[in-house]
Design a protein around this ligand. Structure first.
Ligand code: PAF
Length: 279
C-alpha cells in the first residue's frame, strides 16, 4: 500500500494504474475508520481493479462551533486497517493542499442541501460537495463508494454527479450496525456507557416504524409519531428532526411508498447522531 500526501504524486500513480488498464475505485473518508468504512473499502476492492482511500478531515464541512479540532483521528490505526483490506493507495493531503490560503470556490446543490440536516448544519453539504468534487478531480475514479448511513449526503453527491455530468459511478452501501442496532459512526467514540445505551433509541424507533409499515401503515404522520414517542421516552435524547421523504428530492411525503427514506437526527446530550431506513 502506498501513502501519498502530494496531489501531483497521487495523480501520477492513479494515472499509471489507469494506463495499465485497471479501473479505479475510490472511498473518501475522514479517517477514524470503523466497520462501516471498511464495508465500503471491501466493496471497492471487490469491484475495482485499484482502490484509493482518502483520509482528510475536511474543515469546510464543520461550522466554527462544531467538533473539527476534536474530531477523532488515528492515522496509524487507519493505515493498518487499510493495509489489511488490500487497499492500493491512501491519499491524505495536508489542509493547505486542498484549501490554500487564497481559496474561494465552493459547490452547492441547492434545494437538497437545505433539507433535513441542512436546517441545523447549513454549511455542511457545501463543504462535503466541494471536497468530494476536488477529490474526484484529483483521483478521477471510475466508481466511488458512500454509505447509506449518510443518506442525504449520498443523494446530494448523486445529484452533483448528474448535474455536472461527472464520469463516475456512485455506489451506496448498506448501513453497518453493532449487534445491538447502533449504526456505526466515528462519533460513537464520544459516548460514555450511559450515552451509548441511550443512543439505541434511534435504531429502536426505526425498527418500530418498519414493523408498523410491514403491518400496513402508510400514513407518514402516524409513523413519525411512533418514532418520536420512542425517542422522547429516552431522557437523554433530544430530537433534531424526524422526516419521511422521497429518496431523490428529499421532499416530505404524506403516504409512505417503497424507496422512501425515513431519516432522523437526534442529540444524545451534546452528541448529534443520524440514522435512517429506506422503505
Ligand atoms: O462521509 C464522510 O466521511 C465525509 O463527509 C466525506 C464524504 C469523506 C467528505 O469529507
Amino acid at each position: 500500500m502506498q501513502i501519498f500526501v502530494s496531489i501531483p504524486e497521487v495523480k501520477a500513480r492513479v494515472q499509471e494504474a489507469k494506463s495499465g488498464g485497471r479501473s479505479i475505485g475510490f472511498v473518501p473518508t475522514m479517517g477514524f475508520l470503523h466497520e462501516g468504512h471498511l464495508s465500503l473499502v471491501r466493496a471497492s476492492v471487490r469491484d475495482a481493479g485499484f482502490t484509493v482511500v482518502s483520509i482528510f478531515v475536511n474543515p469546510a464541512q464543520f461550522a466554527p462551533h462544531e467538533d473539527f479540532e476534536d474530531y477523532p483521528r488515528d492515522m496509524e490505526r487507519d493505515l493498518d486497517f487499510l493495509r489489511a483490506e488490500g487497499v492500493d493507495v491512501v491519499f491524505t493531503p495536508p489542509r493547505d493542499a486542498v484549501y490554500p490560503a487564497d481559496y474561494h470556490t465552493y459547490v452547492e446543490v441547492h434545494g437538497l442541501q437545505e433539507r433535513l440536516c441542512g436546517n441545523s448544519r447549513p454549511q455542511f453539504f457545501r463543504g462535503v460537495c466541494t471536497v468530494v468534487l476536488k477529490l474526484f478531480h484529483i483521483i478521477e475514479p471510475d466508481v466511488a463508494f458512500f454509505g447509506q448511513k449518510d443518506a442525504q449526503q449520498s443523494a446530494i453527491i448523486r445529484r452533483m454527479v448528474k448535474d455536472l455530468g461527472l464520469d463516475v459511478r456512485i455506489e451506496v452501501c448498506p448501513i453497518v450496525r453493532d449487534s445491538d442496532g447502533l449504526a456505526l459512526s466515528s462519533r460513537n467514540a464520544y459516548f460514555n456507557v450511559d450515552q451509548r445505551e441511550a443512543a439505541l433509541c434511534l435504531s429502536r424507533s426505526l425498527d418500530l416504524a418498519r414493523a408498523k409499515i410491514t403491518a400496513g401503515e402508510r400514513n407518514t404522520g402516524r409513523i413519525i409519531s411512533i418514532i418520536r414517542d420512542e425517542i422522547e421516552a429516552e431522557p437523554q435524547a433530544k430530537i433534531d428532526y424526524v422526516e419521511i421523504v422521497d429518496a431523490d428530492e428529499l421532499l416530505p411525503k404524506d403516504k409512505v411508498e417503497e424507496g422512501d427514506l425515513i431519516a432522523l437526527a437526534v442529540y444524545i446530550d451534546h452528541i448529534r447522531l443520524i440514522d435512517n431506513l429506506i422503505i
